[in-house]
Design a protein around this ligand. Structure first.
Ligand SMILES: Cc1ncc(COP(=O)(O)O)c(C=O)c1O
Length: 401
């Protein structure tokens, strides 16, 4: 398995034209499609009418263009786009798991994913074991005869642990288990399918779209898996219906054309801050720095030339210290005190009280999530030196240094 995948060139090479030779595909904002012949419609219902669209919850031409770009980026045969990242995650999991099955998951994941696995799937009698994903032995130990899925994030939210995808994939496949990887933090930087994941999911709300103007998600997988989720009789996507609006698909597709450049700049800016945070003695966490316990693993997994992504966390130890710091940073124009990530402006939030607030406090403590953790999604700042000066002035003013 090569890490030398070039997702940016794979996307760049796509040629998708619109009507009249438009350089962007035409937007199809139709819910339904007309057929000249009844038999073609019947074939379409059976998934056997090549190039025909039936109804937009099933497939839509604009969604297909975006899906093709995502499949190219990930190196998968196919992809499917959804109305949110959570829709992608829940659709993929519910497609694979039946009542009575078992899932092994990293305990550190996005809070919504944690809540789905902790609180929601029990209504289907699906059992979940939460593990420290860096502890390979604990994954092996958790495997049961009914384990169907190992779930993790390439770079976990908010602990920034790096999942050893090739090793976990090997273990999963030895037991006929599917490996599902959320690659939201590291599009282009890491290519999970190329490293052995079976299904790759995204919140496109974040880096992929990069504009914070919509919520969207994606599932990248084999043609068989995508056909299965869109099957009119028993496909999870077809029947639960988390379809993405085609107008949004077309705008996200255009943003994918600049994703590689944005990832490089997010990574460059985050790396600059990491060096500066080190210089002033802050407790920080960034996989691009040798201090990160999985820096070497990260190096071995990442594609060349896209940086280490734009997420960096600092630990101020208590939320009482984190709160005035974040408020002051917003006041001084460092960026916005807001959840989410991958935006062109810098965003920051206190993970334990926001995007991981679904995780009970005792589990936060167990996984080492400090109540004073401030997660930054570093923006595309042209003058990152000045951004750092502003951050430092906040720390100085509050007497934290
Ligand atoms: C890693 C990760 N996965 C999934 C999601 C959920 O995505 P969405 O908000 O688009 O449903 C998020 C949201 O913050 C996330 O950070």
């Amino acid at each position: 398995m090569s890490k030398k995948y070039d997702p940016a060139t794979a996307v760049q090479k796509l040629e998708q034209f619109g009507e009249f030779g438009g350089v962007n595909p035409s937007i199809t904002d139709s819910a339904t499609y007309s057929f000249l012949e009844e038999n073609t419609m019947i074939d379409a219902f059976h998934g056997e009418a090549e190039g025909c669209f039936l109804y937009s919850r099933h497939w839509n031409p604009s969604n297909k263009y975006l899906s093709d770009a995502l499949a190219a980026m990930e190196g998968t045969e196919s992809a499917w786009v959804t109305a949110s990242g959570m829709a992608a995650i829940t659709t993929a999991i519910l497609q694979i798991c039946n009542a009575g099955d078992h899932i092994i998951t990293s305990v550190t994941t996005y809070g919504g994913t944690f809540a789905f696995l902790k609180n929601y799937v029990k209504k289907f009698n699906i059992e979940v074991t939460f593990v420290n994903i860096s502890d390979i032995e604990s994954i092996k130990k958790a495997i049961k005869p009914n384990t169907k899925v190992i779930y993790t994030e390439s770079m976990t939210n908010p602990m920034l642990q790096i999942s050893d995808i090739p090793t976990i994939s090997k273990i999963a496949h030895e037991h006929d288990i599917k490996l599902l990887v959320d690659n939201t933090f590291t599009p282009m930087v890491i290519s999970p399918f190329k490293l052995g994941a079976d299904v790759v999911v995204y919140s496109m709300t974040k880096f992929i779209n990069g504009k914070n103007d919509c919520v969207a998600g994606a599932i990248c997988a084999s043609e068989q898996f995508i056909n299965d989720i869109s099957n009119v009789n028993d496909g999870t996507a077809m029947l639960l219906g988390p379809v993405l609006d085609p107008l949004r698909s077309s705008s996200i597709l255009k943003n994918m054309g600049t994703l590689h450049i944005r990832m490089v700049q997010h990574g460059k800016n985050a790396m600059y801050l990491a060096h500066k945070f080190k210089e002033i003695g802050l407790k920080f966490n960034y996989p691009g720095m040798p201090e990160h316990p999985q820096h070497e693993l990260m190096n071995s997994l990442m594609n060349d030339g896209f940086g280490y992504s734009g997420i960096i966390a600092i630990d101020l130890e208590t939320s009482e210290k984190a709160t005035p710091f974040m408020e002051l940073m917003q006041e001084k124009g460092v960026g916005y005190h807001a959840v989410s990530l991958g935006y062109f402006k810098t965003l920051f939030s206190n993970s334990g009280r926001s995007t991981s607030s679904e995780v009970p406090l005792e589990i936060q403590k167990e996984m080492g999530l400090s109540p004073g953790l401030v997660r930054f999604s570093v923006g595309l700042d042209h003058d990152i030196e000045n951004t750092f000066k502003l951050i430092k002035s906040c720390l100085d003013e509050l007497g934290y240094l």
